[in-house]
Design a binder for this molecule. Structure first.
Ligand code: DAH
Length: 347
């Protein structure tokens, strides 16, 4: 009996290597270890053994069984890996699209400079613990104006030339400040979030104005937040993005959703402050609007202004990108000209 057991084990060992797929493996396992398998058939014969032999045969048979089970496990794992590797090899795509693509005379892909800057901004904010929110391009009057303390008759509505839909109730958002309203409803204070995105204005185009451009809205609400916090924070942010200490200046600015409100300018990096077409010869660039969130806006968002306060800002991503990559006309960014975009692949 013992000899037969060793023969079965030998047979098992010699055949295992030829099992090439998982269904084959299932059959193989059944042949040796199944109810009607070879091992069980031998066990059936144990009845005829003496008590002594039963013991030694039983012990050996158990060992053989364990050996077989772990060998099957190992082999199954490597078969599974082979299947996965074969799948990967069949679906392999070279997403870096380098030499192979060039051989075929095609161009390797790259990110648009606006995308790069937006992603960098997101990384900086994420590292500072901000959440990233989104908001709709097609917005209603309430979220784009009313909730931001810009009532119907308010002259501030004329500050931003709006693309209205025919129903006169919906519009293409004129700024990312709608994300403030949507964010406040979603979050419980304290919170801090940013929301990047496209905005639209019916404007005359020139080297620094486009009808569709990009902003990043930011909002931080907590206890005892003050203007110096805001200045420090925004300056740090600009220095991070330009990778050097950046000079900023603050001017009073009017935005109905903040009080006090400011315009923050930073030194023009294109001309180093000497004056050029982008900074309109003044050496400073209008970087962003900011201020302490108006109590009415907080209250409208369900936040008690007696308990909480904070700051908000809206930053122009296009101008930031122009400064970063020394681009002197915003219209290049949206031109769809590949020769333009390809210059930034390497950066
Ligand atoms: N929404 C303003 C604009 O598009 C920019 C802005 C100013 C956003 C002040 C703010 C802010 O959050 O506090 O001109």
């Amino acid at each position: 009996m013992l000899q037969k057991l060793e023969e079965v084990k030998k047979e098992f060992d010699s055949l295992l290597g030829s099992v090439k797929s998982m269904p084959e493996m299932a059959q193989f396992k059944a042949d040796f270890l199944g109810k009607k398998g070879k091992l069980n058939a031998l066990m059936g014969g144990m009845r005829e053994l003496s008590v002594e032999d039963k013991k030694s045969f039983g012990a050996r048979a158990n060992l053989v069984k364990q050996d077989m089970l772990s060998a099957i496990d190992r082999q199954s794992q490597s078969l599974e890996m082979e299947v996965i590797n074969a799948k990967l090899a069949a679906n392999w795509q070279d997403i870096s699209l380098t030499d192979k693509v060039k051989e075929k005379g095609q161009q390797a892909a790259g990110l648009h400079p606006l995308t790069k800057v937006t992603r960098e901004l997101e990384d900086i904010f994420l590292s500072m613990g901000f959440d990233i929110l989104d908001g709709p391009h097609i917005e209603d009057e309430y979220h784009n104006f009313e909730a931001l303390n810009i009532p119907d008759s308010h002259p501030a509505r004329d500050m931003q030339d709006t693309f209205w839909f025919k129903d006169k109730k919906h519009l293409l958002r004129t700024h990312t400040s709608n994300i403030q309203i949507r964010g406040m409803k979603q979050k419980k204070p304290p919170f801090k979030f940013v929301g990047p995105g496209k905005v639209f204005r019916c404007e005359t185009l020139d080297a620094s104005h486009e009808a569709a451009f990009h902003q990043l809205e930011g909002m931080m609400v907590g206890k005892d937040i003050s203007v110096p916090h805001m200045i420090h924070f925004l300056r740090t942010l600009l220095s991070e993005i330009f990778k050097k200490e950046i000079n900023v200046r603050l001017r009073p600015g009017f935005f109905p959703f903040v009080e006090p409100g400011f315009e923050l300018d930073y030194e023009c990096l294109l001309c180093g402050g000497k004056g050029c077409s982008v900074c309109k010869q003044v050496g400073w660039v209008e970087g962003l609007g900011c201020g302490m969130v108006h109590p009415k806006v907080l209250a409208g968002g369900g936040i008690d202004p007696n308990e909480w306060n904070g700051f908000a800002f809206g930053l122009g991503i296009d101008r930031l990108t122009m400064m970063r990559y020394h681009i002197d006309d915003v219209r290049h960014l949206h031109s769809g000209n590949l020769q333009f975009s390809e210059q930034f692949k390497a950066y």
